[in-house]
Structures are given as C-alpha cells and as structure tokens.
Ligand binder design. Structure first.
Ligand code: F6P
Length: 568
C-alpha cells in the first residue's frame, strides 16, 4: 500500500521548526529558576485569570503549570508549524489520517447530532446517517430490555448484563459504568469480563441466574482471542446452567433459542457474529474508522445505554460533541484542549518527563486512569512517524494514577519530593451523589479540601525556614522541605453526570491527538500489540508437545518446563 499523498500527510519534523528552537532557549532560561511558580504568582495578579479556561461544565486551571504566557505563545507557534489545525480538520473531514491502516479517523462523527445527517460523506458513506441508524436500533433494543418486554428463555426479564470484551471494547464501558452508577434506574446491573484468565469469567458468573442474564459480546474484529474464548465459555456456562435448571432440554433447537435470547453482539464484523449463533437482528455495528480505544461512544457503549437508558446515553454523546466543537472552533491560543496537549509536549520534550499522573478526586472515576492508559499509550507509544520514518524526539509518556485520596497515602510522596518531575492532572466535582455527614462536618468538603491542598502544596511547597519555624531539628530540615514548582492542572466540574464524563473523555482524546501531531505519529494504529499475540499462538501447542517446545528459546523452554512439573 502506497503512502497516502494528500497535501498535509507528510509530517513536519517538529525539532527542526523555529518554534522548537525558541522553546529550547526559553526552557534554558526557565529551568534553573527555583520558586518559579511562587514568583510568577507574586508578580502577576492576573496569572490565574489568564490561565483559567471554561470547557463546557468544567473550569480548567492551568496556572500551576511551569509555563508563562510566552511559553503558551511559543507552543502555539509550534502547533502552527506542524500544521495541527490542518490535521485536525483533515481528521474531522474523514481524510485517511490513519496512514498505516489507510483509514479515516472519525470518532468525532459518533457524536454528531442527527441534524447533521447528510453533511459528512466519507468513502461514499453518509457517516452521520449510519451513526444515527445504529443509535436508533440500540435505543429501541434498550427500551425493550429496560421495560421488561425483552425476556430470557424462561420468560423472565433481564437483571444482569455481562459485557465481554477487552481493551477498547472493555475499558471505556467499565470506566463509564463505574462513573455513572448513581444514574442506573432500570434495576439492571452490569459486570465486565475481559481477561482470558478463567478466573475472570468464573468469578463474574458464579452467583448469576442464567435466566435473567444477558451477555453482550463486544469485539471490533470479532477475532480477539480473549473475547472469543470468553464468549464461547459463557455460551457453554449458559447452556449447561439452563439445562441443569430444567429450563431447556439441551437439544440443538433449544440451545439455539437460548443463545438468541441471552446473547447480543457489538462488532464491525457482523458476518462472524452470525456464525457464533447470535441473531443478526441483535447485533450492533460500528465502522473501521472508529479505533477500539475511541469507541465507547459507539455501540460499544451498549451496556451503558442498557443500564442508564437512551436519554442518558444521548447526554453522554452531547458532552463529547461539545468538546469536538470547541476544539475545532476555538483559536489555538484560547483553546484549552490544544494547550493541554501542547503543555504535555513541553514537559516530555523539554523537561524530559517520562510520566504523567491523572488523579481523580471522585471515587466514581476510579477506573479513569486505567481507561486513559490505553487511550494515550496505545495511541502515542510509537517510534515511527506516519510516513514510516523514525521519530525525531521522545514520544508517549506513561499515564498512570489512582483515585484521590487513596493515592495520597500511596505514591504522592514521590510526586512531592522525588527527583523526577511528574505533571499531574487533578480532577474533581463541586457536587457529589452522596453528601454524607459526620456530625456537622460535610465530608465532601473535607474531600475537596484535599483536592485544593495537593495542587497548592505541589506548586508552592514549604521552605526550610518554614520547617525550622516548626521546631524541626536542623539535620532533619532538608527531609521536610517541599521545594514546590511541581506542575499540576486542576479540572473542576460541577457534577459527574453523563455529559460531564463525555466531556472528559473527549478532552483526553484530543489531548492525545495534539501530542501525536507534534510528534508526527499515527495515533490510531497499534502494531505494537501484534507480536505478543502471534507468539502466544505459536507457543500454545508447545505447552504439551516436545517437538514444538524444542523450537522455542531457552527461557521459554525453562518456563514451560516449570509449568509442566507443577500443574496439578
Ligand atoms: O490490544 C489490541 C487491541 O487491538 C485494541 O486496540 C483493541 O481495543 C482490543 O485489542 C480489542 O480488540 P477487539 O475489539 O477487536 O476485540
């Protein structure tokens, strides 16, 4: 396949731009300045105002980043020189910016309103019309299940949905399910099975009633080893349990009927879904222009529409769309989405940071860091640019995190006093679903005080004199000093609702895109996951076959030998 040749397809080498050189000098001037943040706050009473942005229902405070107005100007110059806006527009227009797979990248089309049907024709397809046709089919199905009209094989309504998928077909749905739990309103709960470790399916089904359980098999390709294996095991579990309970007689006819009533699928490969025994009427499609890690707002989110209802799913999509519109229409210098992506580049390429923490002060967002790991690292963990040439700078920082305040009692020590700079995003909400009180103390306010306190401590620290004034023995003073100057961004929402979680996801999708464009990489392929999959298939027969085992390297042979000796 030849490299697509449309005008803006060749990456610009960011390191050879004027802006990069200017940023290099700018960094040299800043890097040794201690107390920079303290100084900038003291010198500029408008710093907070100048670095604070509104994004839909969120306030985003960039003021505690290691950046001045000049830094942001230079980063925007860099964005211009690498043609960020042109590439953004090419993405929204459905150009094949996923060069190694020769595909359009159109997750933004998944959330376009129905009023835009007919406005985006890509590769001969009316994309928005297709999206809404699938949404309508999903919503009609959800209404039937939620109202109890859809019944299992024994005539009982569905109480539990088990979503089987992995990676992008799992992490988004789980994360949003956890995030929106207070909005579940139809008496349906969900469970998620992803790992091929039999313990995952076993634990998730062991107390379930098959008569009231619906399985959703979610797989873009419908070939993924883990998902298809788990799907087959789930099918066996269902048929065995229903037979044991005397609901079906185990005949082919009754088995097929049970599968039709208890299995639905989400995939781009609808022919494979039918081969599995799932009624094509109950299969929900999406398209190869949606990457797995960008798919929670497609039919991949069916479980969410089942648990929370079509109306809430539509609100979820509206949050994404608000960010898409903002990112497309806001000039770069005022565009907080672009600025956050550019600041990440600033830290990775000039400060040399290796990781970025994401710290939600919301228990409901406890799976958000795990979700972001796939979004960001599968997208930007690359060494080759989109034209096949080698990258010219560092790419792809490690994203990680944990819900606050748990993280405070675990790894914050390293963020506060370690030798590495770790930029951190703090996310919180003004309102909570549970406003519990301890006597007359508002626990949510106590929680939020931690959110406020941590970014303050990281930015402004504590000096040796302040430590001494507390009566600390002199030898111990250095251990208790907080040098500050540790960069953070505060993302503060009004409430964690369907629209807000859509907004947050889209924010990070576009941040990832911005970083990818500067580095010149195709953020939408994932060739790096292939080798391990191929080797697992090759090694599987070697577990019991000596001839096959002899073909393996010495370490693999030794590990398999240990397994053979110890397997009970
Ligand atoms: O891990 C690689 C990957 O291809 C991800 O990109 C994807 O989200 C996941 O596997 C699952 O793939 P599928 O939805 O095709 O089962």
């Amino acid at each position: 396949m030849a490299l697509p040749t449309a005008p803006n397809f060749l990456p610009t080498d960011a390191t050879q731009t004027k802006a990069w050189r200017a940023l290099t000098d700018h960094y040299i001037n800043l890097k040794d300045t201690k107390d920079t943040l303290k100084k900038w706050f003291a010198e500029d009473p408008e710093r907070v105002q100048n670095f604070t942005f509104e994004l839909d229902q969120f306030l985003i405070d960039l003021s505690k980043n290691l950046a001045t107005q000049e830094t942001l100007d230079l980063l925007c110059n860099l964005a211009k020189e690498v043609k960020l806006e042109e590439r953004r527009d090419a993405m929204y227009a459905g150009k094949h910016i996923n060069t190694t797979e020769d595909r359009a990248v159109l997750h933004t089309a998944l959330r376009r309103p129905a009023s835009e049907v007919g406005t985006l024709i890509v590769d001969g397809q009316d994309v928005v019309a297709d999206v809404h046709q699938t949404l309508n089919k999903m919503y009609a199905f959800c209404d039937r299940v939620r109202s109890g009209e859809w019944k299992g094989i024994s005539g009982k309504p569905i109480k539990t949905v088990v979503s089987i998928g992995i990676g992008g077909s799992d992490l988004g749905p789980v994360m949003v399910y956890e995030a929106l739990k207070p909005f579940a309103d139809a008496g349906i709960t969900a469970r998620f099975v992803s790992n091929i470790d039999p313990a995952d399916l076993g634990e998730k089904t062991k107390d379930l009633d098959p008569e009231t359980t619906l399985f959703i098999i979610v797989s873009k390709t419908f070939t993924t080893l883990e998902t298809l294996t788990n799907a087959r095991c789930a099918r066996t579990w269902l048929l065995e349990k229903l037979t044991e309970q005397g609901v079906i007689d185990g005949s082919n006819v009754q088995n097929a009927e049970a599968i039709r009533k208890h299995f639905v699928a989400v995939s781009t490969a609808l022919n494979l879904v039918e081969d599995f025994g799932i009624d094509p009427e109950n299969a929900f499609g999406f398209w190869n222009w949606v990457g797995g890690r960008y798919s929670v707002d497609s039919a991949v989110g069916l479980v969410l529409a089942l648990v929370f209802g079509p109306q809430r799913f539509a609100e979820f999509l509206s949050g994404f769309n608000a960010v898409d519109e903002y990112f497309k229409n806001t000039p770069l210098r005022q565009n907080v989405v672009a600025l956050m992506g550019l600041l990440n580049v600033w830290y990775v390429n000039f400060f040399g940071v290796a990781s970025h923490a994401v710290l939600p002060y919301s228990q409901y967002l406890h799976r958000f860091p795990a979700y972001l790991q796939q979004l960001t690292m599968e997208s930007n963990g690359k060494s080759t640019r989109w034209d096949g040439t080698a990258v010219t700078s560092k790419t792809g920082e490690i994203f990680w995190g944990e819900a606050g305040t748990n993280g405070q009692h675990a790894f914050y020590q390293l963020i506060h006093q370690g030798t590495q700079i770790i930029p951190a995003d703090f996310i919180a909400f003004a309102n909570t679903a549970f406003a519990s009180k301890d006597a007359d103390l508002d626990v949510h306010e106590l929680f939020l005080s931690n959110f406020f306190a941590q970014t303050k401590a990281l930015a402004f620290g504590k000096t040796a004199d302040e430590v001494r004034a507390e009566g600390t023995p002199e030898w111990m003073v250095p251990a208790r000093v907080f040098e500050g100057n540790r960069p953070t961004t505060s993302i503060f929402g009004k409430e964690l609702n369907p629209r807000a979680i859509g907004t947050l996801i889209a924010l990070y999708e576009h941040i990832t895109f911005v970083e990818g464009v500067v580095w010149g990489i195709d953020s939408y392929d994932q060739w790096g996951v292939e080798l391990g999959k191929q080797l697992a298939k090759q090694i599987f027969p070697a577990i019991h076959n000596d001839e096959e085992l002899a073909k393996q390297d010495a370490s693999t042979q030794s590990l398999v030998a240990f397994y053979r000796k110890n397997r009970r």
